[in-house]
Design a protein around this ligand. Sequence first.
Ligand code: GDP
Length: 311
Amino acid sequence: EEYVEAESEEHLEERPPVITIMGHVDHGKTSLLDAIRNARVAHGEAGGITQHIGAYTVEQRDKKITFIDTPGHAAFSAMRERGAQATDIVIIVVAADDGVKPQTIEAIKHAKASKAPIIVAVNKMDKEGANPDLVKGQMAEHEVSPIDWGGDVEFVPVSAKTGEGIDDLLDNILLTAEVMELTANPEAAAKAVVVESSVEKGRGPVGTVIVQNGTLSVGDNVVCGKAFGRVRSLINDQGQQIKVLGPSETAVVVGLNEVPAAGDIMIAMESDKEAREYAQKRAEYERQKELSASTKTSLDELTALIAEGKL
Ligand code: GDP
């Protein structure tokens, strides 16, 4: 199989945005993710059962939006620590009746460090004590300034309970994405990021990935962190078996030899041999890094010692 160069400009095509929702506990991250998913799951028949796989794609005005469905800041941090910029836009949820709290501030820090644009979802607007202006004031104190106050961040009032504002929120995501001009090359060798993983009965080690570039296909030889394998099947967020997965799309990958970690990058290789060798090199590198840390020998010194046959 021949692959065109990943960055080859003529093959760049628009790709859907990938979204992470962050915010303080109980402010409605899970509820909002559920409300969005239940409202508009892409490629699903009405009433189709959605599966929790760690990410899902919805459709809004014939455009796709992929959400990372693993609330909590830990997964986001794990991905960033591995250098995986898995998110294009960060939604920070703030409960309108509770205002800015410690984990809201943490979310702001994560979002700013990742340089991803922020949209604030002011949630629980259905509640009597809802005070969106208070939220705006508190967020502005943390340099998240509302557009209508002369800043650059959109604040969208929503209710995960009644569904109010969900449409606006999705429209705002599309507008932000349009400005970002997100592109990928569907013809390149696949590069994807793992958002969730587990061992499943009958399937073995599996990982939910979001494709960042290229197209991942059933039959591809892949390396993923220390794991490797051949893609045996791809199962989307509707539980359907699919053959190919394009940029910003998500599916469970079956066929790995071991469980990958959240944040691991999956790369399609030309051959089974190459994938295996690459995975072994990665494992060896990890082993050396651990040895280096435990013996306080630098990685370079260690590599030299190994080369000289002294280790
Ligand atoms: P998370 O910890 O951020 O994931 O928050 P959850 O989604 O678990 O929500 C925490 C609580 O707030 C639950 O009892 C939800 O039912 C409730 N909740 C979430 N969104 C709304 C909303 O828009 N309106 C109201 N009234 N309650 C909400």
